[in-house]
Design a protein around this ligand. Sequence first.
Ligand SMILES: [Zn+2]
Length: 168
Amino acid sequence: MLRIGEGFDVHKLALNRELYLGGVKIDYLKTENGKAVNIGLAGHSDADVLLHAICDALLGALALGDIGKHFPDTSDEFLNIDSKILLKKTYELIKKEKFLINNLDCTVIAEAPKLSEHILKMRAAISEILETDIKNVSIKATTTERLGFTGRKEGIAAKAVVLLKSND
Ligand SMILES: [Zn+2]
């Protein structure tokens, strides 16, 4: 049996945060008063917007609710948590239902930083957690032509679509 799921997430960009995308730490610096300052996504966890969209797609495929239901942002347990752990826990739920990854296709929407050189590393990190071949994990990056909140570099958005197959 096949099941499809989709996920969408947005996080705000903020000063003095590290940027994590697709399980990879990415250097993103801005010069403020002659000093280099880190820019990253704000959130209760490490705010990895791509991994969150993937978690929601996985949960959605089996109608298991959403990431906020399983990992509430009011819980100290998930404060500053590495979102790779959230993805791993989500995948455990999928395996418990006897499903595996068929393939996954994602889009990150960000005006900056340039993501092309990080995509392969993200695909590797995600495919390892989801116990699937890297060729089953597609990640694309796009901008919104400087339009909207992503275009103004106020935040980053991510979309994910996943197809699951039952392993029995
Ligand atoms: Zn999120």
